[in-house]
Design a protein around this ligand. Structure first.
Ligand code: GLY
Length: 327
């Protein structure tokens, strides 16, 4: 029996997962000096998103609102044709269509979301318009597109040559198998706290490469892909959306923090919940969470090795490796 299977079996038998939580809290605690310049702060999933953090910081360091910061931040990978899991350049579904999911939340608990949206480069900005200009939280598919067009967003082809080529190659075997930590990026989730301690979050993705047409993941679902409560903090998810949807992971992280957990403990709890409930599926699939609490403390954790995140705090923007359960 390999050690991972043995580990999972122990877990299924009710033992606590053997993550070295205190180590990761110590890592997170290196930056936990909320009494000293903790704000503003922004955290995002995946190392390549340093530039997304920079765009958010530009807003935050000029006294701007966290909501504007997270929108500006996640628009960076949305516009990047080299990012194959977000926005323009995202890999398509199995029929060759790039379909996008995104959500956003502000300090008042307002939320907006779009799912299964095509031909709009910045789904996060459409999600914000849904939040600010409609009586609804979520618009989907054709309705979301019509709303975006009515708001003046241009209709654009989002399938790049690189993504089309990847799809043509995938079609040869048509074997649907999400990969762990593809190119060490995936969905971007971002949480920010501004100088006035207003918290906001955003999440945006093209979803799983070569998914079924119509598949929607966790990223546009408030509480799954992202959740913010201004009294507590915020969290966001990346990785296999089906695992996050079934556990409402970001909501769970925030509720753990509400009960007093350090953000690092909270994200570990959410990952362990997934591992305990879905021991077979986690063997081949990754999920990662990031979190910030109201004090400006942070946490990050994944199922597998390889999940990293970017934190911009006290004028320093850096990539950090997250802890993990399964190695
Ligand atoms: N977490 C992104 C997705 O599964 O679509």
């Amino acid at each position: 029996m390999n050690s991972r299977r043995k580990f999972l079996q122990n877990t299924a038998l009710g033992g606590m997962l053997a993550g070295s939580s205190d180590f990761w809290i110590r890592q997170a605690a290196q930056f936990d000096r909320p009494e000293k310049n903790a704000f503003p702060v922004v955290i995002a999933t995946w190392g390549p998103n340093l530039k997304a953090n920079e765009a958010a910081w530009e807003v935050l360091s000029n006294g701007g609102r966290a909501l504007d910061a997270v929108e500006a931040g996640v628009k960076v990978p949305e516009a990047n044709p080299r990012d194959s899991s977000v926005g323009y350049g995202g890999f398509p579904d199995r029929e060759g269509h790039v379909t996008l999911d995104a959500c956003i939340m502000d300090e008042f608990g307002n939320a907006g979301s779009v799912s299964f949206l095509e031909n709009i480069k910045h789904p996060i900005s459409v999600a914000r318009r849904v939040m600010e200009k409609t009586p609804h939280v979520m618009l989907s598919g054709e309705g979301a597109l019509q709303f975006a067009l009515s708001e003046g967003f241009p209709k654009e082809e989002l399938l790049t040559d690189k993504a089309r080529q990847a799809w043509e190659e995938w079609k040869i075997e048509s074997n649907y198998k999400p990969k762990i930590n593809v190119e060490r990026h995936d969905t971007i989730g971002m949480v920010a706290i501004d100088a006035q301690q207003r918290i906001a979050g955003a999440c945006t993705t093209s979803g799983l490469a070569f998914k079924m047409r119509g598949r929607v993941g966790d990223s546009p679902v408030i509480g799954a892909g992202m959740f913010v409560d201004n009294e507590v903090g915020g969290a966001a998810a990346t990785g296999l959306g089906e695992l996050v949807l079934r556990t409402l992971g970001s909501f769970l992280v925030v509720e753990e923090m509400r009960r007093g957990a350090h953000p690092q403990k909270a994200v570990e709890k959410a990952i362990r919940r997934i591992v305990q409930k879905y021991p077979k599926e986690v063997e081949e699939n990754q999920v990662g969470f990031i979190a910030l609490d109201k004090k400006g403390r942070h946490g990050a954790f994944g199922i597998h090795k390889g999940f990293n995140y970017v934190l911009y705090q006290r004028n320093e923007n850096r990539v950090y490796e997250a802890g993990n359960v399964l190695g």
